[in-house]
Design a protein around this ligand. Sequence first.
Ligand code: ADP
Ligand code: MG
Length: 136
Amino acid sequence: MSNIEQTLSIIKPDAVERDLQDQIKQEFADKGFEIIKEKKIHISKEEAEKFYKVHESKPFYNDLCAYLSSGPIVVMKLQRENAVIENRKLMGATNPADAEEGTLRKKYGISIDKNSVHGSDSLENAKIELEFFFNN
Ligand code: ADP
Ligand code: MG
């Protein structure tokens, strides 16, 4: 049975800054993801705070929001079978130092904060995050 899902991916400022967006988009295409929508934007610190509200109580919250709003990002609506979990697998562990070979964070991530990509962690959050950036 097929289980087509949509999820949100963000190419973070460190990767856009190094001009890796086309390479990363190709990695998604190679893994069967269709990019349904995409836009390159530069969000404000206030928008980043809203997006990462779930991390409000974490010690790294302020730095995280400052970072996501520090430069242009590419936000994408991705679609494929089991998109949420497949995207998380392709991304790899949060800390690039712990990420498996072949994952995006292993290949492109610089550090735990500059880890190149964001991906929704559940179908429920994917819906909320897609609504946030694309209004659906
Ligand atoms: P993920 O992006 O893998 O879903 P989290 O949702 O836990 O990870 O955290 C959101 C983002 O916050 C991470 O991608 C990372 O950039 C940053 N982050 C997470 N943990 C830390 C930490 N201990 N120190 C600094 N930044 C962190
Ligand atoms: Mg997360």
